[in-house]
Design a protein around this ligand. Structure first.
Ligand code: IPM
Ligand code: MG
Length: 357
């Protein structure tokens, strides 16, 4: 039997609710589809920090390395600084395992309503490819003359030929596998004349390796407007760490809720385990209430299954989620009144039903 070793890190806030929900659904799928999941859950995060002074153990990356994938909830705490919690856990894993490609699909699921007047389910089908290792979030910069009027802070955006080339190749390869074979390369090369012009140049170089893909350039501000005005004109998008971070929240909102938006932090070379997480974060305002939307985590779980080579199970999970959403079994963020447990139970039932038929 195929066995996949999964490291689960629920982390903070609603991560503690959605990851167990995701595991429940994954276990139901494994049983129906004939594979096994060995899951080990790690208690790392902000509570762990309060007990130990660290977000994860010093040798945490060594512990994670042998796993086939990491299933991650969220990090962020109302009482701890974000840079401490994020850099101490999530970004440490992303950077330590060189998960340079962050993949963010967006669709309006059946039963959900886009806030855009003329958009119905099926109209939006995007994949945003976010550069995940450098750019504006490289952590490069510093502070000097603290507390003085001359105090200075720099945050340097880093673009390397190796880093930009590999994310372009990833994005073109994804676009080449999709029906429309259309890639929009997002930059701000009119104003940011070094890094972003470099990005455009490398896009043109890599494009030559992918003759079947039609590609175009778009400035990030114009792209934000286009996502609202002409969402049907977009398919695959590649953008820097910062630009894609912002555009992907817009994408989540346009799709009906950030509560359904999934992501994969991939090391496409597979030297290290990749990490799968819902985009929404720890949402401490609703944490502990059992009302978090588990759909982002289910979709994330489907991306993880795909990465593990379980494409049939991944498709079955998406179908089950679509059936449940279409039936109106929805959490409050998408206009329903079901809680996390009810949505999870409905998805498990849909998985079991599909296979019994
Ligand atoms: C996201 C989140 C994170 C990011 C934050 C929490 C650092 O906003 O996944 O988009 O920007 O990577
Ligand atoms: Mg974000």
């Amino acid at each position: 039997m195929r066995r996949h070793h999964i490291a689960a890190i629920p982390g903070d806030g609603i991560g503690q609710e959605v990851i167990p929900a995701g595991l429940e659904v994954l276990m139901a799928l494994a049983e129906r589809q004939g594979f096994a999941l060995d899951v080990e859950t790690f208690p790392w995060g902000s509570d762990y920090y309060r007990q130990t002074g660290r977000m994860m153990p010093e040798d945490g990356l060594d512990t994670l390395k042998p796993f086939h994938a990491i299933f991650f909830g969220a990090v962020g705490d109302a009482h701890l600084p974000d840079d401490l919690t994020l850099w101490g856990l999530r970004l440490k894993i992303c950077q330590g395992f060189d998960q340079y490609a962050n993949i963010r699909p967006t669709r309006v699921l059946p039963g959900l309503t886009s806030p855009l007047r003329e958009v119905s389910p099926g109209d939006i089908d995007w994949v945003i490819v976010r550069e995940n290792s450098e750019g504006e979030y490289a952590g490069h910069g510093g502070r000097a003359h603290r507390g003085h009027p001359e105090e200075i802070a720099t945050e340097t955006a880093i673009f390397t030929r190796a880093g930009v080339t590999r994310i372009m190749r990833t994005a073109f390869a994804i676009a080449a596998k999709r029906t429309r074979k259309l890639l929009t390369v997002v930059t701000k090369s009119n104003a940011q004349k070094h890094g972003m012009v470099f990005w455009d140049e490398i896009a043109a170089e890599v494009a030559a390796e992918f003759p079947t893909v039609t590609w175009e350039k778009e400035l990030v501000d114009a792209m934000a407007a286009r996502m609202v005005r002409r969402p049907q004109s977009i398919d695959t998008v590649v953008a820097t760490n910062l630009h894609a971070d912002i555009l992907s929240d817009l994408a989540g909102a346009v799709a009906g809720s950030l509560g359904v938006a999934p992501t994969a932090n991939l090391d496409p070379s597979r030297r290290f385990p990749s990490m799968f997480e819902p985009i929404h974060g720890s949402a401490f305002d609703i944490a502990g209430k059992g009302v978090a939307n588990p759909v982002a985590t289910f979709w994330t779980a489907a991306m993880m299954l795909e990465h593990l080579g379980e494409a049939v199970a991944a498709a079955a999970l998406i179908t089950a989620v679509e059936q449940v959403c279409a039936a109106g079994i929805l959490t409050a963020d998408v206009g329903g009144s079901a809680n996390t447990a009810a949505v999870t139970a409905a998805v498990v039932a849909a998985i079991k039903g599909a296979n019994a038929a």
